[in-house]
Ligand binder design. Structure first.
Ligand code: FES
Length: 152
C-alpha cells in the first residue's frame, strides 16, 4: 500500500497529540467497523469562536493518526464555522491522498470535530451555532446508529 510522504510524516511525527487541560470542547467518536477511536479536545475563544488550541488522541490505524494530526493543524486558528467546513475530502487532499481502502479513516476526523463542537454549543445555549453544525450533527448521529458503509 502506497502512502504519501506527508502521510508518513504525520504518522511518524504526529502533531498536537494529547489532551488539553483547559479544553472547553471535547468529543469522542469511533468507527464501529474497525473499533478505532478518536478523541478531540479544543480550547475555543468564547468571544471570537476561534479555535485557539486543539489536541487529539487516536487509538487506530496509521492513516487515522495522520488524519488526526493534519486536521489539528488545519483547524487551529480557524473559527468554529470554518473548522466545520473542513471535510474528509479536504483532509485527504491536504495529506496528498490516501489509498482508496483507507479513505474511510479520514471520516473519523471530521466526525471528531463535529462531536466536540456539538458539546461546545450544547454547553453555550446563549450562542448561535454555525449554520453548518446541524447537518454535520445529523450525519454524525446517522453514522452512530448505522454501520459505516465504507469498505475496510
Ligand atoms: S480508522 Fe479504523 S482502520 Fe483506519
Amino acid at each position: 500500500m502506497e502512502y504519501s510522504e506527508k502521510v508518513m510524516d504525520h504518522f511518524e511525527n504526529p502533531r498536537n497529540v494529547g489532551v488539553l487541560e483547559d479544553a472547553n470542547a471535547v468529543g469522542e467518536v469511533g468507527n464501529p467497523r474497525c473499533g478505532d477511536i478518536m478523541r478531540i479536545s479544543m480550547k475555543i475563544d468564547d468571544e471570537t469562536d476561534v479555535v485557539e488550541d486543539i489536541k487529539f488522541q487516536t487509538f487506530g490505524c496509521g492513516a487515522a493518526i495522520a488524519v488526526s494530526s493534519v486536521l489539528t493543524e488545519m483547524v487551529k486558528g480557524r473559527t468554529t464555522e470554518e473548522a466545520l467546513e473542513i471535510d474528509n475530502q479536504a483532509v485527504v487532499e491536504e495529506l496528498g491522498g490516501l489509498p482508496n481502502v483507507k479513505v474511510h479513516c479520514s471520516v473519523l476526523g471530521e466526525e471528531g470535530i463535529t462531536a466536540a463542537l456539538k458539546v461546545y454549543y450544547d454547553e453555550h445555549p446563549e450562542k448561535t451555532p454555525p449554520p453548518n453544525l446541524a447537518d454535520k450533527v445529523a450525519s454524525l448521529e446517522a453514522c452512530a446508529t448505522h454501520e459505516h458503509q465504507e469498505k475496510m
